[in-house]
Structures are given as C-alpha cells and as structure tokens.
Design a protein around this ligand. Structure first.
Ligand code: FAD
Length: 321
C-alpha cells in the first residue's frame, strides 16, 4: 500500500495548493503507515522536485517528456494512473484545481477507483471504513462519503488543509510510461498568462465586487484595496458577463470556487449561485448599502453602507498603517 500525490506544475513551479495536497497526502500515508510518492509531469528542475520532501514526499516520479510539456488531460490522467499502478498506490491525491477537476474522474475510471472531489478534511478511518468529508450542493452543505473501492482518488479543495512542513529532501526517480497517440489527440500548444497578478484560485485574500459598483470605470478602488491587502480580485457573474471584468475573475457556481481565508464582497447581493463558489471562505466581509441583502446572512462581518464611501475610507485607513 502507498499514497500517490500528483503535483501540478505551472511554468516549472509548484503552487501553494500543491504543497497543501502533498501535506494532506502525507497525513493519509502516516495514518495508513505507508509511503508517499509524488508524480510530476512536465519540465521541473531537480531542486523544485527535491523540495517536495519538505512537505512529506519520500520520492518523486519525474515524467519529463516534451510531448507532455503542456497540460493534456487524457495523457496526464493516463500517466498518473500508470504511476499509481507502479507504486501500488491505494490512495491517489490531487488538488481540486481547474486541471484537477478534469483529471480526477479520468484517473478514477482508469484505476476502477472510488472518487471524492472537493475533500475538505482528512479521511476518517474508524472501524475499517474510509470516509471523507466533502462539500456538496455547490458548497451549501457537507457530505461524508464512504469509499469502498480498493483504490481511492481524492481531490482536495485548495485552502482546506494547510501546508505542513517535514524535513527531508525527496529522492527523484525518472518515470517514462508509454504514452498512446490517442491520449495526445488534443494538445494545448501554449498557455499565455494574461496578468502577473495574484492567482485567484490560490489566493488567501480576495476582494470581490458586483453590479453595485455600477460600471467598469469604478474598479480602480477595488484594485487599489486589493493591492494594499495583497489580495486577488474577483467579481460576480453579471459583472464578467457585461465585460466589466475578465471571466477569469468570475466566482460562483458557474465560475471559480474559492476558499480564501478572507473574502470581501462589495456591492454583491449574495445570490445562491454566487455563494456556491465562496461560502467556504474562512471569513466573509460584506459591504452593501441594502441591509436586507442576502449576503449578510452568511457574513462574519457586515458593513451597511455605500461602497463609494466605505471603500475609500478603508483604503485611507490601510494607507495610514
Ligand atoms: P445584483 O444582484 O444586481 O446585486 C447588486 C448588489 O449591490 C445589491 O445587493 C445592491 O444592494 C448592492 N449595491 C448597489 N449599489 C451599491 C453601493 N453603491 N454600495 C454598496 N452596495 C450596493 N452569479 C455569480 O456571481 N456567480 C455565478 O457563478 C453564478 N452562476 C449562476 C448560474 C445560474 C444557472 C444562474 C441562473 C445564475 C447565476 N448567477 C451567478 C447569477 C446570480 O443569480 C445573481 O444574479 C448574481 O450573482 C448577482 O450579481 P450581483 O450581486 O453582482 O448583482
């Protein structure tokens, strides 16, 4: 028995959600008295791979193959499934990121495994059972799902577990599974990053705004507040539909689901479809001029007031510190 964790790289670097997935997988391996192996696909420097040991990986399978330089869903899933077979892994962990959401079910099918996506806690192993708490109904509830299959796949929600550091370097082993041409039928040739701002899915702090802002010309104060806090910016769906903000900032049921430590919602009503993507944030602050706005029901802190008065005051106060 062993645990395998897929470590997703972007431009040869690992994101915080990867260290979190490794820490989570290590905790499962410890519970089962088994070893943790990571599998990395793409061109990642040895120093980065070794660093995974810091979070608990004893070994890293390095799949460095030019055909897999960019993300290919089918082929990546096949490689991860092969790595799981090679390591005799009974648990496969990955981050419930954009690509993780596509990979997890494919890996589960290839391994005939049960799948829990959106896991928020370590598995409970009492009485020989394997139960994992996960978000359900678009984040409105939690479910405890029991996996009865021999192999289990778990996709961990970002920011649900935290990063835990161990000490050692990981050993690196080259892994070159055969890749079928059919798995390479659709290849992403190039990924161009639109901005170098803080990445929204990984952000610990998020400043988000909605239709209450009236128009794109008023986003200067949102950007300024976010920059002062070191936060990523987000928005509601109508805002991105109207092209006030890019679609990459749209959070909610049909956008990105995030779980930052702090979510500041400005001029957003708090419709259930919006809450579906943000309600697992640790602390929610709502600024809305309507005291009856539904968002206040789930807020930890609420300010009833006009965003055009409240936000400049917040900026002023932050600048004074
Ligand atoms: P509004 O509902 O127009 O709310 C604006 C808010 O701003 C109001 O509460 C108002 O009181 C406040 N306000 C106005 N002026 C000010 C001011 N000066 N200062 C402070 N507050 C002010 N929405 C999403 O966000 N994400 C999704 O993923 C999503 N998916 C959807 C999927 C489906 C199938 C459907 C049907 C809808 C979906 N929606 C989604 C849309 C959702 O139902 C809401 O319509 C949307 O979230 C409302 O956006 P909003 O709060 O920005 O705008």
């Amino acid at each position: 028995m062993s645990v395998l964790v897929y470590v997703e790289q972007v431009d040869g670097k690992f994101k915080k959600s990867v260290f979190e997935a490794v820490s989570y997988a290590k905790a499962i391996a410890d519970k089962q008295n088994s070893n943790l192996t990571a599998v990395s696909i793409g061109n990642v420097a040895d120093a980065e791979l070794k660093e995974l040991g810091k979070y608990g990986a004893a070994k890293v399978l390095n799949v460095s193959n030019d055909q897999l330089k960019n993300f290919v869903n089918q082929a990546y899933a096949a490689v991860i499934a092969e790595a799981a077979k090679k390591e005799n892994a009974d648990v496969v962990v990955l981050s419930n990121s954009f690509s993780g959401k596509g990979l997890a079910p494919r890996i589960a099918v290839k391994l005939k495994a049960g799948l829990v996506d959106g896991a928020v806690e370590l598995p409970q192993l009492d009485g020989g059972k394997f139960q994992v708490k996960k978000t359900a109904f678009s984040g409105k509830a939690f479910a405890l799902t029991e996996l009865t299959s021999a192999v289990k796949v778990i996709a961990l929600n970002p920011n649900a577990f935290g990063v835990k550091e161990n000490a050692a370097d990981a050993a690196i082993e080259t892994f070159s599974p055969e890749i079928k041409s059919t798995d390479l039928a659709a290849i992403v040739k190039e990924i161009v990053r639109a901005t170098n701002k803080i990445s929204l899915p990984d952000a610990e702090l998020v400043v988000s705004a909605g239709r209450g802002l009236k128009g794109p010309e008023n986003w200067g104060m949102i950007e300024e507040l976010a920059a002062l806090l070191g936060a990523a910016t987000a928005c509601s769906k109508p805002v991105s539909d109207a092209d006030w903000r890019p679609h990459s900032e749209h959070v909610g049921q049909t956008g990105i689901a995030i779980s930052p430590n702090l979510y500041i919602a400005i001029g957003i009503s708090g419709a259930i479809q919006h809450l579906a993507g943000v309600s697992s944030s640790k602390v929610i602050v709502v600024i809305n001029k309507d005291p009856e706005a539904p968002f206040f029901k789930v807020a930890d802190y609420g300010i009833v007031g006009d965003a055009f008065e409240v936000v400049p005051k917040l900026i002023e106060a932050l600048k004074a510190h």
